[in-house]
Design a protein around this ligand. Structure first.
Ligand SMILES: [Zn+2]
Length: 91
């Protein structure tokens, strides 16, 4: 098992999320929900268990997306309250 630590951040750097270990999965998605959320044709995703990362809730805003999933799944889309950079998504 890998103990590699990785850090992701928003554009301004106010939100930083650290994860350790191997991702649960990686995938590219081109469903309507991701296209709408990202504005691009393909979104690349890396999935980690939620409890492996830090909780930067103080500067995160979360949008509960109940409309755009093709399957009807609610997606929690989090972004930085300062720069608007999209950081995480949770199902
Ligand atoms: Zn930011």
């Amino acid at each position: 098992m890998s103990n590699t630590r990785r850090t992701a951040s928003c554009i301004c750097g106010a939100v930083q999320i650290n994860v350790t270990g191997a991702p649960l999965s990686t995938y590219l998605c081109h469903c309507g929900s991701y296209r709408k959320a990202t504005g691009v044709m393909l979104a690349s995703n890396v999935m980690y268990k939620a409890d492996e990362g830090d909780d930067p809730a103080a500067v995160l805003k979360t949008f509960e997306d109940t409309q755009s999933s093709d399957s009807g799944t609610v997606i929690l889309r989090s972004f930085c309250a300062i720069c608007g950079g999209r950081v995480t998504g949770q199902r």
